[in-house]
Design a protein around this ligand. Sequence first.
Ligand code: H2U
Length: 361
Amino acid sequence: MNDLDEFDPKEHQHLRYNPLKDSWVLVSAHRMKRPWAGQVEKPPEKHIPRYDPHNPLCPGNTRANGEVNPDYDGTFLFPNDFPALQPDAPSPGTDQHPLFQSKAARGVCKVMCFHPRSDVTLPLMKNEEVVEVIDKWAELVQELGATYPWVQIFENKGAMMGCSNPHPHCQVWASNFVPNEPALSDRCQRDYYQKHGAPLLLHYAEQEAQRKERIVVESSYWLAVVPYWATWPYQTLLLPRRHVLRLTALTVEERRDLAAIMKRLLTKYDNLFEVSFPYSMGWHGAPTGSHLSQDNSHWQLHAHYYPPLLRSATVKKFMVGYEMLALEQRDLTPEQAAEKLRNLPNVHYKTRHDQEMAEAK
Ligand code: H2U
């Protein structure tokens, strides 16, 4: 049998390699055809009030620790009142046995509100408002990265992703260690650089820009793709075309362009099932702290978006069973997911609904 003549990635299961994790994913696109009688989630909340007097993230409201938020009109940064990392935790000491190892974990956790209004999300914010968010992210990397080796900026969006509050916000955890995911990514990017003499993700962006089939949105400076090795159904990777180590190195123009491409990507996400699309996203850039003085040429700045939804606004992908015990598996090809997202309108469904209502009056 001539495999290449026969092989159709949409019909035939196969493995794909994730070079950022040195691991494999099983692509079994025909699994989308199976009937679903499993769990159906509550759809994301449709009507979020612009201001809720009981929401601790709104301007002028009292937080859990009794502090009152200022009447902020842009972004608002505050220390997390329930931090997972604190700067002064005592050390656990050492156990001589190799199976009982522990280390001191120290750091700081902050929360950043994107906007004073609870009923807007990044795709519905103005470009300059998203630029302000990006500028603050870069400031946080600069400030916390001066001492901490890792500054993790992440956004959990939607109750389905464990987000506790609908007000648009992200979190920042800075730690005295490089956590597992970036540590693995660091090793993989370093190995690739040593073997091929160029940053892994720079080569990857060049390839995807040429191949086109996994691009969701692109601009002069940025590219968003469903990566070749995506595990989550509509996972995307957002990366600059130029070699950039950290958010702090982005130029004014690149930040403006980033705000625009984030808005376009997130508009497509929201338009897929006409809901405020849940996801966890976060930035990975070269490590900081003591790593600032080292050569990090193997690194390329990027953001990962991991949305849980698979079939509809209420049916998510479960990473259980085989995924937990053997290997991650996906139910549609990355190319199918990218094509679906790419072909969605660039106008947000809420804006379109508002326009239709206005015209009907
Ligand atoms: P999540 O929605 O991603 O959980 O983020 C909200 C964070 O806000 C959460 O980590 C913090 C929670 O600890 N928070 C405060 O620091 N103070 C409050 O009064 C409410 C929530």
